[in-house]
Design a binder for this molecule. Structure first.
Ligand code: F6P
Length: 551
């Protein structure tokens, strides 16, 4: 503990005491001794099924963790979030992304005013625009219909919408092609622009603050590209719309008020795909699909808000994560969707989880005494099996896994889905069971090796097993089930933040880099060779400047 760190929260000691005996639990044995383990440690909510039985927990662990959540006052935090209290303390903001999914609920009073009518009227404005674009009433400067939509944004203004559009590609309106540009690396924008016709392209500039330099530079270059090809007289407003919480900044950039789709200061970037930041989603899959996404999330919200912790999926997923992170020492979490359409889900989840819980200062301004958010990573199965699963099975680190899979595939190639699912189940089972040296030896008896080399080889073929995983299942990948899945993880991340006593809704850690970049850019563009940095930074700058003509 550092000098200014607070002592562990009151729940910590009970879980730690329990972990001394339960830390060594063996899952093979647990399954063997309890035929009901699967039904005991699995549940369904809002169309999502969670099997958490393949974790190193027993019934006491479960009870101790649930009790820990109670002691930490989780119920109160959930209530405060849904009621719109300013729980994002360092930014003095409410956290109300759940209000955006609340299409049919009772009034939600904020500062004496029901905010839901305005939420609905902003959604209706999006609906009118989507209808106009899809119906052909919205046309470009030469009267042609829109064929390509380009979302320019980064972080939360990119990852969520990009992931959803990619996942629901099969539900997309056939006349529209969606593109996403995030990186300030010009090759990202150029690659997309090279596929476009300015007459039929619509750019959605998405930035909550409208100050994010990557997005502003990309938006300016896109506008210039448009003007260069369409001529100065062309009506830019037919090709550029914006999403922002700061209408003044968006207008300063040259966006008409009529083309501005406003988000809210009480919706964080990484929680914003439900807001106007979902405009690119609605333009891709249509308004009915977008509303289904909201409904799916709403189902999970209601489950999270009203269900006792023992049956509460986000709470359980979060507590299992705490167990693995804080008491079994796992440093990372692998998210492995067995669904090609969810190929961008791990990248989306990285921002959601790591930007929310990658913190070491707690709500009271003291250093945390516990490990907080894990490193989140992953990619689709089965590809990873032939790349990094070796380490998951036999590496020296414990890497808990979330498998995500749909019961029904949507590919016409039906056999593929059965093979995919078989692989998913096989991996979860292999991680849990492992293979003993004796089992490996039995397998080797069929080969003609002598005794000693068999023993040797058997050691290499041994899998310790006992490696934890959750399996998250949806029936089919639809707008609704995807909405529920995303909301599940949003709430999971929030619960973990509460347990670690950190504010999951700010992101001060991204600011330092932003501050330094403008000074460095001046130096890169200036005549002189700066000497004010450390020798490494000075040296790198000099090398770049020499290569680019400043001597
Ligand atoms: O730099 C981090 C961040 O602020 C994220 O939290 C956010 O999602 C992203 O940048 C983009 O911000 P904006 O939507 O304001 O451009």
């Amino acid at each position: 503990m550092t000098p200014d760190s607070v002592s562990p929260s009151c729940w910590w000691k009970a879980v730690q005491d329990h972990s001394r005996e339960a830390g060594q639990l063996d899952m093979r044995e647990l399954f063997h001794n309890d035929p009901k383990r699967f039904s005991r440690f699995s549940l369904e909510a809002a169309g999502v099924f969670l099997d958490f039985s393949k974790n190193r927990i027993n019934q006491d662990t479960f009870k101790v963790l649930i009790e820990a959540a109670r002691q930490q006052g989780l119920a109160g935090w959930i209530d405060r979030m849904f009621r719109g209290e300013k729980i994002n303390l360092t930014e003095n903001r409410r956290v109300l992304h759940t209000a955006l999914r609340n299409l049919d609920g009772p009034p939600l009073m904020v500062d004496g005013k029901d905010i839901l009518p305005e939420v609905r009227s902003k959604l209706a404005k999006i609906g009118r625009f989507v209808k106009a674009v899809h119906g052909g009433d919205w046309r470009g400067y030469t009267g042609k219909r829109v064929k390509d939509i380009v979302n320019i944004g980064i972080g939360g203004s990119d990852l969520g919408p990009r992931m959803v559009v990619d996942a629901l590609h099969g539900h997309a309106v056939s006349s529209i092609k969606s593109h996403f540009v995030a990186n300030v690396d010009g090759t990202d924008l150029s690659r997309v622009l090279s596929q476009l016709d300015p007459e039929t392209s619509l750019f959605v500039i998405a930035s909550k603050t409208f100050q994010t330099s990557e997005t502003i530079i990309n938006a300016r270059s896109a506008k210039q590209w448009f003007l260069d090809r369409s001529g100065l007289g062309a009506d830019v407003s037919k090709h550029f719309v914006a999403v922002s919480a700061d209408s003044a900044e968006a207008q300063a950039f040259g966006i008409d008020q009529a083309n501005l789709y406003e988000t809210w200061d009480w919706v964080g970037g990484r929680y914003s795909l439900w807001s106007a930041n979902g405009l690119s989603i609605a333009l891709s899959i249509g308004m009915a699909g977008f509303e289904d996404l909201l409904k799916g999330a709403r189902g999970m919200d209601e489950h999270f808000r009203t269900t006792p912790f023992e049956k509460n999926m986000p709470v359980i997923l979060a507590l299992i994560g705490i167990w693995n992170r804080n008491f079994l020492g796992a440093q990372t979490l692998a998210t492995l969707p067995y669904d090609q359409r969810l190929q961008l889900f791990p990248a989306y989840l990285q921002q959601l989880d790591m930007e929310s819980n990658g913190k070491t200062i707690n709500r009271h301004g003291c250093s945390t005494s516990m490990q907080t958010g894990p490193i989140v990573w992953g990619s689709v199965g089965t590809n990873g099996q032939h790349a990094f699963y070796q380490l998951l099975h036999q590496g020296s680190d414990l890497v808990p896994v979330d498998f995500i899979v749909a019961l029904q595939g949507d590919s016409e190639l039906e056999i593929h889905h059965r093979v995919l699912v078989a692989n998913c189940f096989a991996q979860a089972e292999a991680l849990m069971r492992g293979k003993t040296t004796d089992e490996a030896l039995v397998e080797l008896t069929t080969s003609a090796k002598d005794g000693e080399s068999m023993q040797d080889l058997a050691r290499h073929k041994t899998f310790a097993g006992n490696r934890p995983s959750n399996t998250i299942m949806i029936d089919r990948l639809t707008s609704k089930s995807l909405g529920a899945l995303i909301a599940l993880y949003e709430h999971k991340v929030f619960v973990q933040g509460v347990m670690w006593d950190i504010n999951s809704f700010d992101q001060w850690g991204v600011e330092l880099g932003k501050q330094l970049v403008s000074g460095l850019l001046d130096e890169i563009e200036g005549e002189s060779f700066p000497n004010r940095h450390d020798s490494s930074t000075n040296g790198l700058l000099a090398r770049f400047k020499c290569r680019n003509g400043v001597r």
